[in-house]
Ligand binder design. Structure first.
Ligand code: RP5
Length: 171
């Protein structure tokens, strides 16, 4: 699918935080940042582990709203407590991306993220690349509620996606 090329790197303050539990999550989470780039949504990217860097997580999540972020996208795999712990530390919307694990193909990640007990929500997306892509689109949709120009860019993105779908399969 072809989507618009990003404009030159923005120096605007980040509006979305993309965090992940490990460097190994980048191959999945980069798909979120690529969508945000194409939609020209300023964002930051950090490795923040709930169990390896718990103080970093607390500091990141507690300061996020005050630093101007509106949404946090959190990707993690295995016992994927990062999105839930992040949501516990901030009132911002947290979107969780289950990263595909080797042992259980991401089912562990999915259930860890989606099965939040009532009271602290995490908006959970699909396992892997589709989830990372959709987390970025959903975060952009949330921002677009108060940003009509971003809404226009999202509409253009969807129109281009629609135009890219052939009437018939190639045989
Ligand atoms: C989680 O453990 C990370 O989110 C990652 O998906 C998984 C494996 O991490 P590494 O052992 O590859 O660093 O915390």
């Amino acid at each position: 699918m072809t989507i618009p090329s990003p404009s030159p790197a923005s120096t605007a303050a980040p509006r979305i935080g993309v965090i992940m539990g490990s460097q190994s999550d980048w191959e999945t989470m980069r798909h979120a940042t690529e969508v945000l780039d194409r939609l020209e949504v300023a964002h930051e990217v950090r490795i923040v582990s709930a169990h390896r860097t718990p103080d970093r997580l607390a500091s990141y999540a507690r300061s996020a709203q005050g630093r101007g972020l509106s949404v946090i996208i959190a990707g993690a795999g295995g016992a994927a407590h990062l999105p839930g712990m992040c949501a516990a530390w901030t009132a911002l919307p947290v979107l969780g991306v289950p990263v595909e694990s080797h042992a259980l193909k991401g089912m562990d990640s999915l259930l860890s993220i989606v099965q939040m007990p009532g009271g602290i929500p995490v908006g959970t997306l699909a396992i892997g690349r589709a989830g990372a892509t959709n987390a970025a689109l959903l975060a952009a949709s949330i921002l677009a509620l108060a940003d009509p120009e971003l809404g226009d860019r999202l509409a253009a993105w969807r129109a281009m996606q629609t135009a890219s779908v052939a009437d018939e399969p190639t045989r």
